[in-house]
Design a protein around this ligand. Structure first.
Ligand SMILES: [Zn+2]
Length: 421
């Protein structure tokens, strides 16, 4: 009886069920803005209908002569297309039906989808289990450290990778700051696997792991990542509530104390924007966990690497100013060396340079914060591709993307291990 009553209770309890969002007939446009007039037209369009800017992240960062990618919901695509035609703007449709593209990204083999795999995208539960396994199987090389909890109280773990010994130099690397950039966590997992697999086989990796540690945070924005798997594939921010707004989430890569909240018409302070910077610097538990951990290990941390997607770029400070960082020359040289190494494997072209002058100015980013804390080798990777698949890079590209990126990371790490004091 009690069972029946509690069962009825379950049925009668009002529950908010959020269904997985579908993107049927949603389109992704690529527009090339050719002059000032067209730029204003695009801004008008963005004020009339909802455009989800994929690259750059906001209409305010669109530059004349450059391409812009944005998503339009199915009921507004006709209007958008007519508007672009009327205003004689050059455009193409990258995706005619976004839902189909979402399904197509899972091309890494249909069999054994339930199993963890380095060449497929893994759900959060699989990644947590993987971390546990890696630490248990390789106790001499890997340990797991809890650095805090997310807004939804999921524990955030860093994997410490390197031969156990006294004080060593450290590179901190994080992936998955933005939820929808799935190739990023895939890379962090690949990196850890390769580090362990090639230790004592590959000369460079052995030297690296003997002489330094990598702190790897495979998924920075876990709540957002889970949301992107279960509810909304295109989600970017974390999942925290915002007071005075129904809109959810903060852009963690605008939440750092590095000219935080400096608004270049970015609508950084609007909780409904995908680049919302939060109510204050480090307002988000995820940001706080990372900054506290890095501050506590600052004496050892010589390098900071954060992995994003897409656009194939290797960037470094500053984002919040166009002024050159004090060691700009060295960073530029090292970035060139890294992208050359990356190119050598499959001829994948990367652009490199300081953020503000290479893409656009932006404030509150982790890489600027890390740099200003004294980590003089701080880099952002924007992995594949250049827009063909955007955030929906097919699983068949995980392996080549990770393999080429490893080469670039090794160039940076080798430099740090052999020259930086
Ligand atoms: Zn990103």
């Amino acid at each position: 009886m009690r069972f029946i009553l509690s069962f009825l209770g379950l049925l009668l309890t009002p529950q908010v069920v959020v269904l997985r969002r579908r993107f049927d007939s949603e389109k992704v446009f690529r527009v090339k803005v050719q002059n000032e007039n067209q730029l204003n037209d695009l801004k008008d369009l963005a004020s009339m209908i909802q455009l989800d800017f994929w690259h750059p992240h906001s209409v305010h960062h669109v530059l004349i002569g450059k391409e812009v990618d944005f998503r339009v919901s199915s009921d507004q695509t006709n209007f958008a297309e007519k508007f672009l035609e009327q205003n004689q703007m050059q455009y193409k449709i990258l995706f005619h039906n976004l839902q189909e593209e979402i399904e197509k990204q899972f091309d890494g083999g249909k069999l054994f989808r339930k199993k963890y795999s380095y060449t497929r995208y893994n759900e959060w539960e699989k990644i947590t289990a993987w971390m546990e396994r890696m630490a248990n199987k390789n106790p001499k090389l890997i340990s797991k450290i809890e650095i805090g909890k997310t807004y939804e109280e999921r524990p955030m773990y860093v994997l410490k990778v390197g031969k156990q010994s006294g004080q060593k130099k450290v590179i901190f690397m994080d992936c998955g700051v933005h939820a929808r950039e799935w190739i990023s966590p895939a890379f962090c997992q690949w990196f850890v696997k390769e580090a362990v697999r090639t230790y004592r086989i590959d000369k460079d990796m052995t030297k690296l792991l003997d002489n330094m540690n990598f702190y790897v945070l495979p998924v920075f924005n876990i709540d957002g990542y889970v949301w992107s798997w279960t509810k909304d594939r295109m989600w970017r921010k974390n999942r925290s509530n915002n007071s005075n707004s129904d809109c959810i989430g903060t852009d963690l890569n605008r939440n750092f104390k590095a000219s935080w909240g400096l608004d270049t018409e970015d609508r950084l302070h609007d909780p409904c924007e995908p680049v919302y910077c939060g109510s204050s610097a480090e307002s988000e538990p995820e940001t706080k966990a990372v900054t506290s951990f890095i501050r506590a290990h600052l004496a050892c941390i010589k390098g900071y690497i954060t992995i994003h997607a897409y656009s194939q770029m290797l960037l470094f400070p500053y984002g919040y100013t166009e002024e050159k960082a004090p060691n700009h020359g060295k960073l530029n040289e090292l970035a060139k060396e890294a992208v050359d190494a990356l190119y050598s494997l499959y001829n994948t072209n990367y652009v490199y340079g300081a953020i503000a002058t290479t893409i656009y100015p932006c404030s509150g980013t982790s890489v600027d914060w890390a740099y200003d804390e004294g980590i003089k080798y701080s880099f952002v990777f924007e992995l594949r591709d250049r827009g063909q698949y955007n955030f929906l890079l097919p699983e068949s590209q995980i392996k080549p993307t990770c393999k080429e990126t490893m080469l670039a990371i090794k160039v940076i790490a080798n430099h740090i291990v052999s020259t930086v004091q």
